[in-house]
Design a protein around this ligand. Structure first.
Ligand SMILES: Cc1cc2nc3c(=O)[nH]c(=O)nc-3n(C[C@H](O)[C@H](O)[C@H](O)COP(=O)(O)OP(=O)(O)OC[C@H]3O[C@@H](n4cnc5c(N)ncnc54)[C@H](O)[C@@H]3O)c2cc1C
Length: 307
């Protein structure tokens, strides 16, 4: 793994850095590129301004008690209510650790089912983020049960993990919603491809599986969550060669990253959404964004001297 990326990912796990980093105004200023603000109002206003579908996710701290998991669940119930009232095309994505997975699998599952039921009653999909490998087994297990109860729950899968091909195969069989990403955490070489070129190749292999007629016959909702121009080009070409039209293919990108490409995909008729993160606990999430493109560190430093 590139040394700067490794350092940034290590930094994302540091409480010491989190407590200090978030106090500096130049760091807060630099984050505005990747998040429209810390509140739900900011995220909804950005959804409206973007004029495309979005997915909202609230950035949270590690929870200290099961009551906090209930608070997060109430927050998301309020998000679903606000989305309905706004009439905007917004979906929600949640992390199981925010719903209480660290306290017990049952608690995370109970809160997820509460949200899945409410989302479905509003005619909306609910998405489950995938976190570090400490949580992969539990997340997939909880997801399976949620999917068995509600067809409109989807799960994110990471192409950097060796296990993902097998996980994806079994999830396709149950007609899951799958959002494929490369993966954003620090993982050891016995779990994840250490070389970026291998991750990219595995992503494309998995993408071809998601586009295949066999997968489509299972009513899988497949989403390609990537900003990688080479991969996107290869996915577009693969879809064309299978006779699929842009409306059969769905891409998602993060707020603020490769905006021109976001506009192009939407203009060409691909199904497309922007994932918007908001909330006060943005530090680890922001460090992962820097790790994806270490040149972003220069952007932070420019904010130190600029404006
Ligand atoms: C919709 C969505 C949902 C996601 N959900 C999860 C999740 O649940 N779990 C998880 O582990 N990861 C998640 N991720 C993050 C993902 O794993 C990657 O870390 C991230 O998308 C970067 O990988 P990439 O595919 O864009 O390819 P890369 O090869 O990293 O990037 C390709 C190109 O995109 C641009 N780019 C990428 N990242 C940045 C950046 N931060 N700043 C500026 N330019 C950038 C650059 O031009 C870069 O060359 C999600 C990503 C998306 C888009």
């Amino acid at each position: 793994m590139n040394i700067v990326r490794a350092l940034l990912l290590k930094g994302s796990e540091s409480r010491w850095l989190r407590e200090r980093g978030t106090k500096y105004r130049f760091v807060r200023r630099a984050t505005s590129r990747f998040m429209p603000g810390e509140t739900l109002d900011d995220a909804l206003a950005a959804s409206k301004a973007l004029g495309v579908g979005t997915v909202l996710t609230h950035l949270g701290e590690n929870l200290k008690s099961p009551d906090e998991a209930l608070e997060v669940t109430r927050h998301y119930l309020n998000v679903l209510e606000r989305v309905r009232a706004s009439g905007l095309d917004v979906e929600v994505s949640v992390k199981l650790t925010q719903l209480g997975l660290d306290f017990s699998q049952e608690l995370g599952e109970k809160n997820l089912l509460t949200l899945a039921e409410r989302a479905r009653s509003h005619g909306k999909w609910l998405w489950v983020d995938i976190e570090s490998t400490a949580y992969t087994d539990a997340t997939i297990e909880v997801y399976r049960r949620a999917r068995a109860a509600f067809p409109t729950v989807g799960l994110c899968l990471q192409a950097y993990l060796y296990r993902t091909a097998a996980d994806m195969e079994s999830l396709i069989a149950m007609g899951a919603g799958i959002r494929l990403v490369k993966g954003a955490y620090r993982e050891p070489p016995d779990k994840a491809f250490p070389k970026k070129s291998d991750v990219d190749e595995n992503y494309f292999r998995l993408a071809k599986t998601l586009l295949s007629p066999e997968t489509r016959a299972k009513s899988v909702r497949a989403i390609f969550g990537t900003h990688d121009p080479v991969l996107i080009g290869r996915i577009e070409a693969a879809a064309r060669s299978l006779g699929l039209s842009p409306t059969d293919v769905e891409f998602q990108m993060l707020y603020g990253i490769r905006r021109q490409e976001q506009l192009r995909l939407a203009a060409q008729g691909y199904r497309f959404r922007v994932l918007i993160s908001y909330g006060a606990a943005w530090f680890p999430w922001y460090m992962r964004r820097l790790a994806e493109r270490p040149a972003n560190v220069l952007f932070v430093l420019k904010n130190l001297v600029g404006r």
